[in-house]
Design a protein around this ligand. Structure first.
Ligand code: BES
Ligand code: ZN
Ligand code: ZN
Length: 497
């Protein structure tokens, strides 16, 4: 179920819950006086008694058998109007859908216009609400065989609108945001899927399946092709697994090539044991999320196709399982990467940069105007930002700033770290050109310095370390515990701009 648009002039049967906004120091929205006079009265009283003043996240629930829209009324505090941003409405929307679920409402009527102010236009509010409904209620429950899973009742959300005239622009916005939500959920599903199910071949299958549905081109290089191309970074990581590695290529919008190609590269380590340099057991189960970058790239390509963006976008997803079966690489092994540079593998747990290195240099084939990679690359990034920011590094300030702005608009915030040449000494090899680790300090930066060695000449490149943001340990307002699907909204916004 999604958001239905209904003119408030239409007489409707009672809903189970009626919702309106209240900005701080403004009192309950004036529209409420005509829509539900008794609720307006009750809200006024709560404000005058100091029980409610519209602070962000403040909530007032009142019940009255005489209410006409619904017996239960929910007033949501939105904070001061001057600080009102899209993010405030995202949070409010998620509170509304979660409240609806908690009280087992079947129909929820929202005075959507009361939430409109500043950058939150009516169309924006309708779109964001539709998106948040999907994201806030999402759960990965396909492996729960008990309880009410899969059987949760659908809720009908009605946007109750006083505005007259065409609602076509709102419908268009809703459709776009639903496509975005679908992309985020596709990414979350792929990430939450465990390593025994989602191995590299399965990831390739999922990508193919999506490409078929969205009518985008998909090609998968298997072991033989990787050998032929000498993609030894991907092969070296994959050699420790019984499931062979692959390079998945998704291509959309070739007709728009003349406007410049965007290449998106995503780390697809379907499980990271660390390899011979094995990880400690604690939290190792979470290493199924080491393919979050891949999931984001796949999810984003689906959205780009749904929105029909006029852009040539190529997704490159190197995928492997980093394990210790078969003939795993040893610390000290020296490999020759796709671009000819040699790397001494000091630590087999620094595997992401090996598979990304090959994919990044392979992007040269598309002569990208913009090259962006996403990867759960370093534990250090998680230590630095927790789950609050993406670590952003790049060789082109214009691209970096565009990404920062897209992140501010969507709430997927990025923070830039330097990749000065001074850091290069840490990854300089002795028996080889490069080392795959840069010592104990500045780990997020030295990982990016390694990637930089594989960027095609004169290509604007940005690297997003999503090790902190791709997973939520405790859940967030817009996301259940587990995969967040970070990056889909950010990249879609960037490409739309
Ligand atoms: N996948 C990990 C990074 C990671 C750690 C992501 C924790 C999310 C949470 C990556 O492959 C890795 O193991 N990196 C090492 C690099 C080190 C050996 C130089 C790390 O960060 O410890
Ligand atoms: Zn690792
Ligand atoms: Zn990893």
């Amino acid at each position: 179920m999604s958001l239905v648009l209904i003119p408030s002039s239409e007489k409707k049967v009672r809903a189970d819950l009626f919702v309106a906004a209240c900005f701080e120091k403004e009192g309950p929205a004036r529209e409420l006086r005509t829509l539900e006079p008794a609720a307006y009265e009750a809200s006024q009283q709560a404000v005058s008694k100091g029980r409610f003043d519209g602070k962000p996240a403040q909530q007032l629930m009142t019940y009255n058998p005489d209410y006409t829209q619904a017996h239960e009324f929910f007033l949501v505090g939105m904070g001061p109007k001057k600080d009102y941003r899209k993010m405030c409405f995202r949070k409010a929307a998620s509170e509304i859908v979660r409240k609806a679920r908690a009280i087992k409402a079947k129909t929820v009527r929202i005075a959507l216009e009361t939430f409109v102010s500043g950058e939150v236009t009516l169309a924006e509010a309708a779109g964001i609400f539709a998106e948040m409904e999907k994201l806030a209620l999402y759960e990965f429950d396909r492996y729960r065989t008990q309880g009410e899973n899969g059987k949760k009742a659908d809720i009908r959300f009605e946007a109750f609108l006083a505005r007259k005239g065409s609602l076509a622009s709102l419908d268009k916005k809703i459709a776009a945001h639903l496509a975005i939500a679908e992309g985020v959920i596709r990414a979350r599903d792929l990430i939450n899927e465990p390593g025994n199910v989602l191995h590299p071949q399965q990831l390739a299958k999922e990508a193919r399946e999506m490409a078929r549905k969205k009518k985008i081109h998909c090609e998968v290089f298997g072991k033989a092709e990787l050998e032929k191309l000498k993609m030894n970074g991907i092969l070296a990581v994959g050699q420790g697994s019984t499931v062979p590695p692959a390079l998945i290529i998704l291509e959309y919008g070739k007709a728009y090539q003349s406007k410049g190609t965007v290449c998106l590269v995503g780390k697809g380590v379907t499980f990271d044991t660390g390899g011979i340099s094995i990880k400690p057991s604690k939290d190792m189960e979470k290493m199924k999320y080491d393919m979050s970058g891949a999931a984001t790239v796949i999810g984003t390509l689906g959205v780009v196709a749904d929105l029909g963006l006029k852009r040539h976008v190529v997704g490159l997803v190197p995928t492997a399982e980093n394990s210790v079966a078969e003939d795993p690489q040893r610390p000290g092994d020296i490999i020759t990467m796709y671009n000819g540079k040699t790397v001494e593998v000091i630590n087999t747990d620094a595997e992401g940069r090996l598979i990304l290195g090959d994919a990044l240099s392979y992007s040269a084939k598309y002569k990208p105007k913009m090259l962006i990679d996403l990867a759960t690359l370093t534990g250090m990034c998680l230590y630095t930002f927790a789950d609050k920011a993406i670590g952003l590094m790049g060789n082109d300030e214009n691209l970096v700033q565009k990404i920062i702005q897209a992140g501010e608009a969507t709430g997927e915030r990025c923070w830039q770290l330097p990749i000065w040449e001074d850091y290069r000494e840490f990854i300089k090899g002795y028996h080889s050109d490069l080392l795959n680790v840069g010592g104990p300090y500045g780990g997020t930066i030295t990982a990016a310095m390694f990637l930089k060695e594989f960027i095609p000449e004169k290509t604007a490149w940005a690297h997003l370390d999503i090790a902190g943001t791709a997973w939520s340990n405790s859940g967030r307002f817009d996301c259940a515990k587990g995969a967040t699907g970070v990056g889909v909204r950010l990249l879609t916004e960037l490409l739309s701009r």
